[in-house]
Write a protein that binds this ligand. Structure first.
Ligand SMILES: Nc1ncnc2c1ncn2[C@@H]1O[C@H](COP(=O)(O)OP(=O)(O)OP(=O)(O)O)[C@@H](O)[C@H]1O
Ligand SMILES: [Mg+2]
Length: 429
């Protein structure tokens, strides 16, 4: 091919204009493809780029005709299996052939040479892309016809390669930098999440410790003092009656169940760590554990992040209401299904506990303390509580609507906290 110097210069400038601003290999190649075509004809054009972090592998980018060399998954290919391994490994500084089908340099044991036949590549030129003496990859130009390229074409190909090499080098560097930044960012994110989780866990444990301390003092210590008093009274008496023993037994069993509650209450760390929905799920699991026949449980969560943004006291109070509703359903309803739904609309966050059990009995309802506690708690967080004992599902539906505008006032908090820590007031016997 004959081409005068001026035209060549113009073409090179066009290449350099074409690649400016392209931010990935594929786009650069697409841009220069047309310009290279004007310089010499080709049927297949690709570049192979050696991976900076895996120098024994390369990836290929093709324009126009696509072959397995540039597979969609961008799987790297091993350089020692590439038909142009001699060039990529620096053993030769160019390859030019009149017939790639019969040229032994492309074909060896396990060579990835199928596309040479598949795409009917006969005349080929391969020149290295290099910078500072390091090989970045290669520019590969092929034709279907035999013996179409000469040394003049080789020279132009190398000049084009030299022209675009710095650009490819820069792209490689920036991709590598981005990849490293992503990897580092990910690692930093994970470490940060772990740190925060641990911090919250430590804080949560510290708070729990304080609460347990208070509960043991207020409840268990008081119970044991009373029992100890009873025992010493009995000791002073000549005769111990069965009534005395029954009273003692009742006192001890109250103490035991209160201790159980304290231990149980020490658990909601789940809520602080993982949020409301997870805590409800854990509660459901705990409540139906071992119940025969089995109760299927479900949490349908469409809005729990909203709750997790609410103050802890509100969330805990709400959790106590849900906890009682769940326990009531399991204890009284004998349902086959039990679901908690968390949803929101513009005005409210709605939390619903539905079972398909027996439904509630109005008479019991009036005298009960669990339901009373639920109402008091709902009032404290300005929530609307409604209990429907004959749900269309056949069971009971407890619905709580928390106005989205409500966030309890600070002085309110302590009161709510105190109530939420005491799901059952001490029972007098
Ligand atoms: N989901 C439900 N299915 C069937 N009956 C229910 C349900 N929820 C409540 N009830 C009825 O309403 C009554 C009142 O419930 P409440 O929680 O106030 O008391 P309790 O569960 O019996 O006792 P406590 O909660 O004080 O341990 C229950 O005894 C039960 O008869
Ligand atoms: Mg109850």
């Amino acid at each position: 091919m004959s081409i005068d110097h001026e035209e060549l210069l113009e073409r090179y400038l066009a290449i350099s204009r074409a690649i400016a601003g392209q931010l990935d290999f594929q786009s650069v190649l697409r841009q220069i493809g047309g310009e290279i075509h004007a310089l010499f004809q080709h049927d297949h054009l690709d570049i192979s780029i050696i991976l900076p972090d895996q120098p024994e592998c390369c990836v290929s980018f093709e324009v126009g005709m696509k072959t397995e060399w540039s597979n969609k998954t961008r799987e790297p290919c091993r350089i020692d299996l590439s038909p142009i391994r001699d060039l990529l490994s620096g053993r030769t500084d160019h390859i030019i052939t009149g017939d790639a089908w019969t040229d032994g340099r492309f074909h060896f044991e396990s060579a990835f040479d199928a596309p040479i036949y598949g795409a009917n590549l006969r005349s080929r030129i391969h020149v290295p892309l290099h910078i500072h003496g390091d090989i970045l990859g290669s520019l590969n130009i092929s034709r279907h016809e035999l013996h179409k390229y000469d040394d003049g074409d080789l020279k132009i190909a190398q000049q084009i390669a030299d022209l675009v090499s710095p650009y490819f080098y820069a792209l490689n560097q920036s991709e590598e930098a981005q990849r490293m930044a992503r990897a580092e960012g990910g690692a930093r994110g994970r470490a940060e999440a772990l740190r925060l989780g641990t911090l919250r866990l430590t804080e949560g444990m510290e708070n729990e410790r304080k609460n347990i301390g208070m509960d043991l003092h207020d409840q268990t210590l008081a119970d044991l003092t009373r029992i100890s008093h009873q025992v010493s009274q009995m000791g002073r008496k000549k005769k111990t009656t069965t009534a005395d023993i029954a009273k003692l037994e009742a006192g001890i069993s109250t103490c035991i169940s209160e201790l159980r509650r304290i231990i149980e209450d020490a658990k909601p760390g789940v809520m602080e760590l993982f949020g409301f929905a997870q805590a409800v799920e854990a509660q459901l699991e705990r409540s139906v554990d071992g119940i025969v026949p089995k109760i299927a449980t479900r949490v349908i969560d469409g809005a729990s992040p909203l709750l997790d943004d609410c103050p802890d006291s509100l969330r805990t109070t709400l959790f106590r209401i849900v906890q009682e509703a769940i326990n009531n359903a399991v204890k009284h309803g004998r349902p086959g299904n039990l679901a908690v739904t968390i949803q929101s609309d513009e005005k409210c966050i709605h939390v619903t506990v539905v079972d398909d059990g027996t439904g509630t009995n109005k008479e019991h309802e009036r005298s009960a303390r669990g339901l009373d506690n639920m109402r008091v708690r709902a009032a404290l967080i300005s929530a609307n509580l409604s209990i429907c004992g004959n749900d269309p599902l056949g069971g009971t539906r407890v619905s709580i609507a928390i106005p989205r505008s409500t966030t309890p006032h600070d002085t309110h908090h302590h009161h709510i906290e105190a109530i939420s820590r005491r799901p059952h007031e001490p029972v007098d016997h």
